[in-house]
Design a protein around this ligand. Structure first.
Ligand code: ACO
Length: 331
């Protein structure tokens, strides 16, 4: 069964409400109808009802039973604006600012999630990563015990000898440009959680990557990674993790055996932690474009799940992202 088939099967078992701030965007309208019909999620489309219905009519999409909310006429707008003001007043947001912000579908959607009227949010067919991520970070904030929001790329590789039957989790490739050792440790723990709870990887094996394996090179950049390994051990002693190690030592059994003998993960890692965003982002694109892997991203560490789409996304990408968000919301 493919990763997405497993995710969808899980999403159907406990249906979650997923809100779409880009409610009148064509692909989003079509995806909402599929999610509803297949029982993958209860979609909520935010936007002007008239424009959502026009898109549905033009595309022949059946939106029966799908909730639509217009922030400009919603009864909940006042409650959300008051709550938003309380959350952000110490950052200089006035009640008037909050009342204005809540008219923006992105802020309205984030407040729906914050106020438990939805379980998760998906956007990005029109907006940039930052447009959604910034308000999500400011309002929904991190899970208890987690200090930093990051991402995992789920890479389905054609070579089934790699990772967990070809599935590798890469982190972080989207959010944190230059993590400290402590942040890197937290990113690794969140990525292991994503691997287990979203991807169904029974035993996450976490490798902290570097250009050095077990002291083969000396450099302050390597020291940051070894420090992160120590901290991650302290924070999550039950996790199988190790480093610092090179990519080949992490993935290839014979090389792991020769370069990092006795390591609990070397040669068999399925979760790869990159020392910074440049390394992570470059590697996921290399794996995708040169290695022929399917790449799929989720955010991790938020108190409630919000996920970003690429602006070139297909209807299927939106359905998959919403199903993944629903599974993350199941906890
Ligand atoms: N985790 C938790 N909280 C965070 C994080 C984080 N990773 N980053 C910022 N915050 C909080 C801040 O503490 C701040 O909170 P406060 O306002 O309550 O004090 C709030 O979020 C806003 O922080 P800023 O630093 O002002 O936010 P910024 O404008 O820098 O945006 C962002 C944050 C969007 C995540 C930024 O770090 C960023 O642009 N990251 C890279 C995104 C990117 O371009 N990725 C690559 C492309 S995507 C791809 O290839 C698929």
């Amino acid at each position: 069964m493919s990763l997405m088939d497993r995710v969808k099967a899980k999403a159907k078992k406990d249906i979650k409400t997923i809100v779409f701030p880009e409610g009148d965007e064509i692909r989003t309208v079509q995806a909402a109808a599929i999610l509803k019909k297949e029982g993958l999620a209860e979609p909520v489309l935010i936007g002007k009802t008239e424009s959502i219905c026009t898109v549905a009519k033009e595309t022949g999409t059946d939106l029966s039973g799908i909730q639509m909310v217009d922030p400009l006429t919603s009864e909940k707008a006042k409650e959300y604006a008051d709550a938003l003001y309380e959350i952000r007043k110490n950052k200089g947001v006035t009640l008037e600012d909050a009342q204005k912000l809540i008219q923006d579908p992105m802020y309205y959607g984030i407040m729906m999630v914050k106020q438990n009227d939805a379980d998760g949010l998906v956007s990005g067919a029109i907006h940039t990563t930052g447009d959604m991520l910034r308000p999500a970070l400011q309002i929904i904030k991190t899970k208890p015990g987690v200090k930093i929001v990051s991402s995992s790329f789920l890479m389905e590789c054609p070579n089934k000898n790699l990772g967990d039957d070809g599935l590798l989790v890469y982190s972080d490739c989207v959010v944190v440009p230059c993590p400290t050792a402590e942040e890197l440790a937290q990113i690794a723990i969140c990525a292991a959680d994503t691997a287990h709870n979203l991807c169904g990887i029974e035993v996450p094996k976490v490798a902290f990557l570097s250009f050095s394996t077990k002291g083969s090179a000396k450099h302050p950049l390597v020291d940051k990674v070894t420090q992160a390994v120590e901290l991650a051990h302290q924070l999550a002693p039950e996790l199988l993790l190790d480093g610092e190690m090179q990519m080949d030592a992490a993935l290839i059994p014979e090389i792991g055996e020769s370069k990092a003998k006795g390591s609990p993960v070397a040669g068999h890692a399925n979760v790869l932690i990159f020392p910074d965003l440049q390394a992570g982002n470059i590697t996921y694109k290399t794996t995708q474009r040169i290695g022929g892997a399917q790449a799929f991203a989720v955010l991790q560490g938020l108190a409630k799940p919000c996920n970003d789409l690429s602006r070139g996304c297909s209807v299927e990408d939106i359905v998959n992202t919403a199903a993944s968000t629903a599974v993350q919301a199941q906890g």
